[in-house]
Design a protein around this ligand. Structure first.
Ligand code: FE2
Length: 259
């Protein structure tokens, strides 16, 4: 079984590069499922119903979130209503709507899978413990194949969660930094791991947005509007190969395409 996981989709260039390249990636790798982090897919911040439908139409089965998932009001009409969109499980109790886990049942000979979304709390807003939230969520899951999107800033926290869940889940894949790391590996318990998958977005940019805005912010410490224009694009993803009978990972491969 193969799962293609795409890093944070940033705005229109991110969606456009998927429109362009996803059919070819599907042809080459024949993934059973495609997962993507979509918290910045609409205009670089948040997700709308229209963009959600666009991503689903491309064949993305599960869209994960993070700290920007609540940025657009439109999210409230989809999250918690549509299957295939989740947000981190470790928001405090009472955070509604939405769930931290998506389950796709096995059907027609195709194995099922579960996707668990967690968010870090180092250099980020304080949320509940992602480690304990993982324990709690995993107790509920019967699926053999479990893919974790850990949306976090610090590589130390990401590595810690990788080791904490080694042998208990199929993959711990980091998102949020928008920069792909080259540390993909199988942990001893056959959990695939990468600190950050990277992004799908504008190549000549700062984390997917036009470089002028962030540069002005750094130079003056004043607020400046962020924009996203068109140009060369970067598509970052990982392909995880798994044994669907026991959920163990067999291989993890990085995809880094400049389009
Ligand atoms: Fe994020």
């Amino acid at each position: 079984m193969r799962v293609l996981f795409i890093g944070d989709i940033v705005g229109k260039p991110g969606r456009n590069c998927l429109q362009q390249r996803l059919p070819e990636l599907k042809r080459i790798h024949s993934p059973d499922y495609i997962i993507a982090n979509g918290e910045n897919a609409a205009g670089g911040a948040g997700l709308t119903g229209k963009v959600f439908n666009e991503l689903r139409d491309m064949g993305i089965d599960v869209i994960t979130g993070g700290n920007h998932i609540w940025d657009q009001n439109d999210i409230y009409s989809i999250i918690g209503h549509e299957p295939g969109i989740i947000r981190p499980a470790n928001y405090p109790p009472g955070t509604t709507p939405g769930q931290g886990t998506a389950v796709i049942e096995a059907s027609g000979g195709k194995p099922g899978l579960a996707v668990l979304n967690l968010i870090g709390r180092v250099f980020m807003r304080p949320v509940d413990c992602p480690f304990r939230a993982a324990d709690r969520e995993l107790k509920q899951l019967k699926e053999k194949v479990i893919i974790v999107d850990f949306h976090a800033e610090a590589t130390s926290e990401k590595q810690a969660l990788g080791w904490y869940l080694d042998g208990r889940v199929s993959a711990v894949l980091g998102t949020h930094s928008h920069v792909q790391t080259a540390d993909q590996r199988l942990l001893p318990g056959k959990t695939a791991y990468i600190s950050d998958v990277g992004m799908a977005g504008l190549y000549n940019s700062i984390l997917g947005v036009d470089k002028e805005g962030p540069l002005k912010r750094f130079l003056t410490q004043m607020p400046h509007k962020l924009s996203i224009s068109d140009g060369k694009k970067l598509l970052n993803a990982v392909l995880v190969e798994l044994d669907e009978d026991n959920g163990k990972a067999i291989a993890i491969e990085r995809i880094y395409d400049i389009i």
